[in-house]
Design a protein around this ligand. Structure first.
Ligand code: Q9C
Ligand code: ZN
Length: 694
C-alpha cells in the first residue's frame, strides 16, 4: 500500500544565531544529511513524496495554549538580541525568525502523514521534520522543541478521525516529558518512552521520567517509562525491551495507530545518547511495531545529532516501512553486556577478540548437551559490523568505518518466491510475489528423497524438488523467503531434507520452528547448529538449550507470551542464518496466529524464512503467509484474552530452564522489573474498533 515521506525544504531554515554549546547540535544539516542518504540509497524514490503544509493555529490549539502560540508567532519579527533573551526563558531552546514557520511545517508534516495513513492512501510513513516536538508542552518550548508534533497528531487522530486507541512509542534517547504531560490522564493514548536517565542525573533531570510514573486518573497505567540508568545500551537491550515490555502491553492495548517519536540520538555515535545500538536496530524496532495496528505506523523525527548515524538509522527505518526485511543485527545479543564492561575486562580495541573471549561473554556455548565442536562459535555468527570486534568501539575511527560505505543495506529488495504444488494459490498472492517455476534436477531430488520412505510418491517428490530449488535460491541470496506445500505424510521428511540441505550448504545456525506433530530428526539431536522449537508438545520441556518443546497455548494472551517471551528471544539470541517454520500435522494454529509468528520470525534471520505447509492447507493460509513474508502487516489476532494459568506456568518453567544459557530471555535491568511491577494493576480499556476510511 505504500510508504509516505513527508518533508519541506523550508524546515532547514531555522538555526542557532548565537553561541550556545547546548543548542548547536540541532542544526539544518540533520535534515539534509538524512534526505541525501535516502536519495543515495534509492529509498526516497520508492516512497510517496508529500510536501509538508503549515499546521493551522486551530491545529496547534489541540495541545497548546493560545497565549503560547501567540508568543511563538511573535518571534517572527524579533531581532537577534530579543530572540536570544526570549530563548533564555526556556530550557535548551533557541528561536530564529523562521521558527514559527518551520515549527508549523513540522506539525503540518506529521498531520499530513497521519491523514495519508488514516485515509488508506498509504500504509505507513516518515515525516522528516525540524524543530522536533516531544519536549514541547502546553505552554512551553523545551529541548529544541517548539510545538509537539506527535502529540498534535495524536489529538488530531482522536478528534478528526475518531480513533480510540493510539500508541506513542518514543524511542528518542531523551524522555518526552512534553508528550507525557499532555496525555498522562488520557487512557486513549498509551505513551511509551525509554530514555537515558542515570538516576535523574541526565537532562531533563525530572523525577517523573522514572519508571514509577505510570499516568494518573483515567490514564493510570497508560504511561510507561523505561529509564536507562547506564549509557552504552545496545541492540540486545532495545530488542529485549520491546519483546519483554512494550509489545506485551501494546498487544493488550490493541492500538488503531502507532505514532513513533523517532529520535535517533539513541543510536551509536550520538553525542547526547552515548548508546551503542547500530542503525539496523531501528529496522528491527520498526518491524516489531509493524505487527500492531494493521501496520499503520507514522514515524516523526525527533532528535539525532550524529549526522551519519542519524542518516543511516533513518534509512533503516524507511527501508523497513517499505516492507524490506531488517538486516541481521550485529554483535552479541546479550542485554546488559555493555561496552564499558566488555572493554574493561575484554580484549583491547586494536585486536579482534579471540573466539573464546567472545564466547565467554555470550555464554551460549554453555550447553547441557554435546554440540559439534566446530559449531556455534563466533566464527559462524554474522560478521561483526565493527571490524575490531563486537561493540567495544566508541572512537571516531570505529564510527567512520561503520558509516563509510555508501549503503550498508542491500537495495533492491529480494521478493519472496512461492513454490507451491497447489495451483489455486496464485489467486490470493500479492502481485509482485513470484510463483516459483523452477525445481531441482530429478537426480538430485531423488538422491535427497532416498532415505525417506514417505518421499517415494510423485507428489512428495515434486514438492521436494521445488523445496530444494527454493532453498538454494534463499541460501544464495536470490530470494529472501518462500513457502512450500507438501503432502501431509511427507511433512516430517521434507523438513528433515530442508535442514540437511541447509547444513550441507554451510549454514551454521538454523532455527526450526515446528508446529504440530513433527519431531526433531534423531540424527540431529545433538547438533548445535540447529535450534529446534516445537510448539505443540504435550508438556513444556527443554531437552537441551537447542531443543525446546512447549504446548500450544489456547488463548491469544498465552500465544503472545509464548512468541514474545520465549520464541523471539531465543531466535534473536541464536541469530540464525535461516528460519524454517513448519506447520505440520495437527498444528492447530489459526491463520492470524500463523501469520503473526511467521511475520515476526523474519526479524532474527534477515528475512530468510521458509514456511512449510501441508498441501491441504487453504489457499487463504498460503496467501496470508506469502503476504507477511512480503512485508505486509499480519491481520489482527482478535479479542485479547489473558493467558491461562497453565500456559503461564509452562512458559515460566521454560524460561527458568533456559535463562542461564539464553541471555535474551533475561529481563535483567532493574528498571524493567520496576516498570513491570508498577504496571501490574494496569487496566486497559477498549472502546470500539477502527476501520480506515477509503
Ligand atoms: N548534554 C531532543 O533530542 N540538552 N532534544 C541536554 C546534555 C538538551 C534534546 C544537554 C537536549 C535536548 C529532541
Ligand atoms: Zn532526544
Amino acid at each position: 500500500m505504500g510508504t509516505a515521506l513527508v518533508y519541506h525544504e523550508d524546515m532547514t531554515a531555522t538555526r542557532l544565531l548565537w553561541d550556545d554549546p547546548e543548542c548547536e547540535i540541532e542544526r539544518p544539516e540533520r535534515l539534509t544529511a538524512a534526505l541525501d542518504r535516502l536519495r543515495k540509497c534509492g529509498l526516497e524514490q520508492r516512497c510517496l513524496r508529500l510536501s509538508a503544509r503549515e499546521a493551522s493555529e486551530e491545529e496547534l490549539g489541540l495541545v497548546h495554549s493560545p497565549e503560547y502560540v501567540s508568543l511563538v508567532r511573535e518571534t517572527q519579527v524579533l531581532g537577534k538580541e530579543e530572540l536570544q533573551a526570549l530563548s533564555g526563558q526556556f530550557d535548551a531552546i533557541y528561536f530564529h525568525p523562521s521558527t514559527f514557520h518551520c515549527a508549523r511545517l513540522a506539525v503540518g508534516a506529521a498531520l499530513q502523514l497521519l491523514d495519508a495513513v488514516l485515509t488508506g492512501e498509504v500504509q505507513n510513513g516518515l515525516a522528516l521534520v525540524r524543530p522536533p516536538g516531544h519536549h514541547s508542552q502546553r505552554a512551553a518550548a523545551s529541548g529544541f522543541c517548539v510545538f509537539n508534533n506527535v502529540a498534535i497528531a495524536a489529538a488530531h487522530a482522536k478528534q478528526k478521525h475518531g480513533l480510540h486507541r493510539i500508541l506513542i512509542v518514543d524511542w528518542d534517547v531523551h524522555h518526552g516529558q512534553g508528550t507525557q504531560y499532555l496525555f498522562e490522564d488520557d487512557p486513549s493514548v498509551l505513551y511509551f518512552s525509554w530514555h537515558r536517565y542515570e538516576h535523574g542525573r541526565f537532562w531533563p533531570f525530572l523525577r517523573e521520567s522514572d519508571a514509577d510514573a505510570v499516568g494518573r486518573g483515567q490514564g493510570l497505567g497508560f504511561t510507561v517509562n523505561l529509564p536507562w540508568n547506564q549509557v552504552g545500551m545496545g541492540n540486545a537491550d532495545y530488542v529485549a525491551a520491546f519483546l519483554h515490555l512494550l509489545l506485551p502491553l501494546a498487544f493488550e492495548f490493541d492500538p488503531e495507530l502507532v505514532l513513533v517519536s523517532a529520535g535517533f540520538d539513541s543510536a551509536i555515535g550520538d553525542p547526547e545518547g552515548q548508546m551503542q545500538a547500530t542503525p539496523e536496530c531501528f529496522a528491527h524496532l520498526t518491524q516489531l511495531l509493524q505487527v500492531l495496528a494493521g501496520g499503520r505506523v507514522c514515524a516523526v523525527l525527533e532528535g539525532g545529532y550524529h549526522l551519519e548515524s542519524l542518516a543511516e538509522s533513518v534509512c533503516m527505518t524507511v527501508q523497513t516501512l517499505l516492507g524490506d526485511p531488517a538486516p541481521p543485527l550485529s554483535g552479541p545479543m546479550c542485554p546488559g553486556v555493555h561496552p564499558e564492561c566488555l572493554c574493561r575486562s575484554g580484549p583491547t580495541l586494536e585486536e579482534p577478540p579471540a573466539a573464546s573471549d567472545y564466547d565467554s561473554e555470550l555464554s551460549l556455548d554453555v550447553t547441557p548437551v554435546q554440540t559439534s565442536p566446530s559449531t556455534h562459535s563466533s566464527e559462524g555468527r554474522p560478521p561483526p559490523l565493527l571490524p575490531g570486534g563486537p561493540v567495544c568501539k566508541t572512537a571516531a575511527s570505529a564510527l567512520s568505518s561503520l558509516f563509510d560505505q555508501p549503503c550498508l543495506h542491500p537495495a533492491p529488495p529480494v521478493c519472496p518466491a512461492v513454490a507451491l504444488t497447489a495451483p489455486d494459490i496464485t489467486l490470493v498472492l500479492p502481485p509482485d510475489v513470484t510463483q516459483q517455476e523452477g525445481s531441482a534436477l530429478n537426480e538430485e531430488t531423488e538422491a535427497w528423497a532416498k532415505p525417506h520412505e514417505s518421499l517415494a510418491q510423485d507428489e512428495a517428490l515434486t514438492a521436494l524438488g521445488k523445496l530444494l530449488y527454493l532453498l538454494d535460491g534463499m541460501l544464495d541470496g536470490q530470494v529472501s523467503s518462500g513457502i512450500v506445500a507438501t503432502p501431509p505424510s511427507a511433512a516430517a521428511a521434507t523438513l528433515d531434507v530442508a535442514i540437511q540441505r541447509g547444513l550441507s550448504h554451510g549454514a551454521q545456525r538454523l532455527l526450526c520452528v515446528a508446529l504440530g506433530q513433527l519431531d526433531r530428526p534423531p540424527d540431529l539431536v545433538h547438533d548445535g547448529r540447529i535450534l529446534w522449537l516445537n510448539i505443540r508438545g504435550k508438556e513444556a520441556a527443554a531437552l537441551s538449550m537447542f531443543q525446546v518443546s512447549t504446548p500450544l497455548p489456547v488463548l491469544t494472551g498465552g500465544f503472545l507470551s509464548c512468541i514474545l517471551g520465549l520464541v523471539l528471544p531465543l531466535a534473536y539470541g541464536f541469530q540464525p542464518e535461516l528460519v524454517l517454520v513448519a506447520l505440520g500435522p495437527a498444528h492447530g494454529l489459526q491463520g492470524p496466529h500463523a501469520a503473526l509468528l511467521t511475520s515476526m520470525l523474519r526479524g532474527p534471520a534477515g528475512g530468510r524464512v521458509l514456511a512449510l505447509l501441508e498441501e491441504d492447507s487453504t489457499p487463504q493460509l498460503a496467501g496470508i503467509l506469502a503476504r507477511v513474508l512480503h512485508g505486509e502487516a499480519p491481520p489482527s489476532l482478535g479479542p485479547y484474552s489473558v493467558a491461562s494459568p497453565e500456559d503461564t506456568q509452562a512458559l515460566r518453567y521454560l524460561r527458568g530452564q533456559l535463562e542461564p544459557q539464553w541471555k535474551m530471555l533475561q529481563v535483567t535491568s532493574e528498571a524493567d522489573c520496576r516498570v513491570s511491577s508498577s504496571l501490574r494493576g494496569l487496566k486497559l480499556a477498549k472502546v470500539g474498533t477502527f476501520t480506515p476510511q477509503k
